[in-house]
Design a protein around this ligand. Structure first.
Ligand code: IPD
Ligand code: CA
Ligand code: CA
Length: 277
């Protein structure tokens, strides 16, 4: 059985407290679907409330840590530590009454992620990891999938949406990967996508345009479960660039090759010589 450190306990407790409010609000959202205006304002308020709870809980437990939070931005700390927090990852799902969303919290020291939790309150699954200590879901150890062949692989991704992302680049990536694999999924919470790679449910995940709070906890959970995490071009700064590719070592290599082929500039057709006569 996994023994959780004091730091993980602080994060788990905060996530649990914020989750109680979100679960209550999620019940309301289901009622609001039928109203003409929909639940958008209500959901923004739920999101902010969850962030306030997380901030208060985390600050009480570790008063010297700073914050990087999706809704309220950056707050300087006093000892080089900072919390990176997404109070609600999967907002579009939440807004539509789709039960797949999460809370993501990472603890960072001088730019290095030390610990992370991703909590799915609907399934009561707490994914967590601490650097060097392995990754877990609740009390069970996690290991990335052992599949080695693309043809057996289920790969998750995130699609660009209105006003966000580079659709042509994404379609090229999808065009390269889709014909090679058993299935592609777009579930809508990047934090859970990474946690599911750690759990071996997905064989890989790629997305671009993410923010640090979408990824910081999930990336550590994947690497502590034995997976590889880079940018989609193989470079080593996913948190800095928002580009992420996570998978087991074999699958990572193969996905990287496909993604690189998708990034190659298309060769423009040669101009035709004017026909005589
Ligand atoms: C989003 C989710 C989604 C991803 C988007 C993120 P939010 O976060 O992680 O899966 O595709 O890029 O912005 O807005 O629900 O916190
Ligand atoms: Ca997010
Ligand atoms: Ca969010």
């Amino acid at each position: 059985m996994a023994t959780r450190s004091a730091l993980i306990n602080v994060m788990a407790k905060a996530a649990d407290k914020a989750a109680r409010g979100l679960v209550r609000d999620f019940g309301e959202v289901e009622q609001l679907q039928v109203s003409r205006k929909g639940p958008a304002d209500f959901v923004s308020a739920a999101d902010r409330k969850a962030e306030d709870i997380l901030r208060a809980e985390l600050q009480r437990a570790r008063p010297d840590f700073g914050f990087l939070m999706e809704e309220s931005g950056e707050t300087q700390g006093r000892d080089g530590h900072r919390w990176i927090v997404d109070p609600l990852d999967g907002t579009t799902n939440f807004l539509h009454g789709l039960p797949h969303w999460s809370i993501s919290i990472a603890a960072e020291k001088d730019g290095e992620v030390l610990a992370g939790v991703v909590y799915d309150p609907i399934r009561d699954e707490l994914f967590w990891a601490e650097k060097g200590g392995g990754a877990f879901v609740n009390h069970t150890r996690l290991r990335v999938s052992g599949r080695r062949k693309l043809e057996d692989a289920v790969i998750a991704t995130g699609t660009p949406f209105k006003g966000r992302g580079d659709s042509p680049a994404f379609l090229a990536q999808l065009g390269a990967i889709m014909p090679e694999v058993a299935g592609i999924r777009r579930f809508g919470s990047a934090a859970l996508d990474l946690a599911y790679v750690a759990a071996g449910r997905y064989d890989g995940f790629w997305e671009t345009g993410l923010a640090p709070w979408d990824m910081a906890a999930g990336m550590l959970i994947v690497s502590e479960a034995g997976g590889f995490v880079t940018e989609i071009n193989g470079a080593r700064d996913p948190l800095g660039t928002g580009s992420v590719l996570a998978a087991n070592d074999q699958m990572h290599l193969q996905l990287l090759r496909l993604l690189k082929s998708a990034a190659k500039p298309r060769v423009a057709p040669r101009p035709q010589a004017p026909s005589a006569g």
